[in-house]
Write a protein that binds this ligand. Structure first.
Ligand SMILES: Cc1cc2nc3c(=O)[nH]c(=O)nc-3n(C[C@H](O)[C@H](O)[C@H](O)COP(=O)(O)OP(=O)(O)OC[C@H]3O[C@@H](n4cnc5c(N)ncnc54)[C@H](O)[C@@H]3O)c2cc1C
Ligand code: FES
Length: 510
């Protein structure tokens, strides 16, 4: 009998027998040279590109929910009907083909031109479309908002003011493949330069906003230049917490937030044999993994007893620690850095470590000073309602800065996740145009350490029980964080489909 796993994918031009495709089922095949996913939903058949437009994730291993398919890697969501990228992190559509049914056979015919997303459904009573929009911030939330405004047909002036010196970048990559040397420079910009001109997005770089005036509806740069707005999005993200290490010289100390920061570390690493990473946070540990891939000796210094314990619990913490130790990282836990001398750093227990350079990954702080000074309501972040509106009229906030009422946990939460920032930018954009759409996405993040990726859905700041199904050491497991009978969050390793299923259940779509 032929082994189905080794069978060539079916050519959908030749037809596919529907008896082999149950309702709700999907099958991977080909059309000409392209990989195509054929999906059956009731009487309807859909054919879409099989690779996610974010990082090329295999949609055939994803989850079909209604008329959408979700990517197993970072949970992007595409319309099966139009191919549109409905939810970040993917921003570009997948291709769509027309499917014809002849008797019990489905034939995939010609590729279809993707229809424009079309204007948002405006809720009754919403104010008129904004005469102009200003976005402060050129990160995940800011770009996703600008993209969505244009995608949904907003024609007015649209300005993005970014303190960065590079156009919006793939920030998560900066501590992973780019830092490890396996991603090139041109992978990092989220959009090519032409995108901004074609969409008439006035992207202004090196433009740090110094203040804004909610009454006068204007923002002012540090240079004094003033921009008027009719609607404003604050998406200023977060900034690394700075730490003074007595005796360390400035040129020895690095932080990682921007493309420029990552390039600086790459350049320094090329000349170095040893690095001390201060902080066993996600970013600190990803930096450790990437610098090990460059063959540098890595010491991680952190005050906690296990890395990531506060966020993911002791079991995951121990697993992550072992994983890094297997790759040669040396941990100094329960320690902080006492002082440096330009070549070494001395820990609080007196241990001296060689440190050609030091990377500080000791957390971030939301960039909320502007909002605070402008009198917006602050709640350990910028307080927003379910529509991502701040306390000031026509001002929205999204991404790392925003604390919102999360319907799943019942708490007001603020998270620092790439996918959440992109999705909030998209929702804020639609709400600027009158959609009145609640932000109710289940938080999701991922983190990558060597060949292990952890996916995490939900939000658990405190739990009373952790259940582990499978084995962390076998790199095949689901870790569930519970309070009482409620599942707050689920972390998975090598169980991407389960992560999507948990997301769907948490959304209340059973
Ligand atoms: C190295 C690294 C790796 C990461 N990896 C992951 C990961 O694997 N998974 C994950 O879920 N998350 C990850 N994150 C977190 C994720 O990148 C953030 O949650 C996300 O970028 C937040 O998006 P944002 O738009 O809110 O802010 P940002 O992307 O930080 O963008 C903020 C923007 O605002 C600008 N700005 C700030 N102040 C001003 C001002 N006054 N005037 C004008 N512009 C201003 C900044 O210059 C920047 O352009 C990572 C972060 C870093 C730094
Ligand atoms: S590869 Fe699909 S969401 Fe990232």
């Amino acid at each position: 009998m032929a082994d189905a796993r080794n069978a060539a994918p079916p050519d959908f031009r030749d037809g596919f027998a529907l008896q082999d495709l149950p309702d709700g089922g999907k099958v991977l095949g080909r059309v000409d040279t392209e990989d195509v996913l054929l999906v059956r939903q009731g009487d309807e058949l859909f054919a879409v590109g099989a690779h996610c437009t974010h990082y090329h994730g295999p949609l055939a291993e994803g989850l079909v929910v209604g008329e959408t398919v979700r990517c197993p890697w970072h949970h992007a969501c595409f319309s099966l009907r139009t191919g549109e990228a409905l939810r970040a992190p993917a921003l570009d559509p997948v291709s769509c083909w027309r499917v014809e049914r002849v008797g019990g056979i489905a034939y995939v015919r010609e590729k279809q031109v993707a229809p424009a997303a079309g204007p948002v459904q405006r809720s009754s009573g919403s104010r008129s479309l904004p005469a102009s929009v200003v976005i402060v911030g050129g990160g995940a939330a800011g770009l996703a908002a600008a993209d969505m405004l244009r995608r949904t047909g907003y024609e007015g002036p649209l300005t993005m003011l970014s303190a960065d010196d590079s156009p919006p970048s793939d920030r998560p990559n900066l501590s992973k493949d780019f830092l490890a040397g396996t991603a090139q420079d041109d992978w990092i910009p989220l959009r090519p330069a032409e995108f901004y001109a074609e969409r008439r997005i006035d992207l202004v770089l090196n433009a740090r906003v110094a203040r804004f005036d909610p009454q006068g509806r204007s923002v002012q740069l540090g240079t004094g230049k003033i921009y008027q707005y009719d609607a404003l999005l604050i998406a200023t993200g977060a900034e690394p917490v700075r730490l003074d290490i007595p005796g360390a010289i400035d040129s020895q100390v690095y932080y990682l937030r921007s493309f420029t920061d990552s390039r600086a570390i790459v350049a320094r690493a090329a000349l170095a044999k040893s690095v001390v990473v201060v902080g066993a946070s996600f970013i600190g540990l990803e930096v450790a993994a990437s610098l090990r891939a460059r063959g540098i000796g890595v010491h991680v210094v952190a005050p906690e007893s296990q890395p990531l314990e506060r966020v993911m619990g002791p079991e995951v913490g121990r697993f992550i620690r072992r994983l890094h130790e297997e790759h040669g990282v040396v941990f100094h836990l329960g320690q902080t850095v006492g002082r440096g001398d330009g070549r070494t750093v001395t820990l609080t227990d007196g241990t001296a470590l060689d440190a050609d350079f030091i990377v500080l990954g000791v957390g971030v702080r939301p960039a909320i000073e502007l909002a605070e000074r402008a009198g917006l309501t602050i709640d350990r972040g910028i307080a927003v309602n379910e529509y991502l509106e701040t306390s000031a009229p026509a001002i929205f906030a999204a991404g790392d800065v925003a604390r919102w009422p999360d319907p799943h946990s019942g708490d007001r939460i603020r998270v620092e996740h790439w996918v959440v920032a992109g999705r909030q930018g998209q929702t804020a954009a639609r709400n600027m145009l009158g959609a009145r759409e609640r932000f109710d996405a289940v938080p999701f993040f991922w983190s990558q350490h060597y060949d292990v990726t952890i996916n995490y859905v939900g939000h658990a700041e405190r739990w009373d029980r952790i259940e582990i199904d499978g084995a962390l050491d076998a790199r095949d497991c689901a870790v569930t964080y519970k309070r009482g009978d409620r599942t707050l969050a689920v972390a998975t390793v090598s169980r991407d489909l389960l992560s999507l299923e948990k997301e769907r259940v948490m959304e209340g779509r059973g």
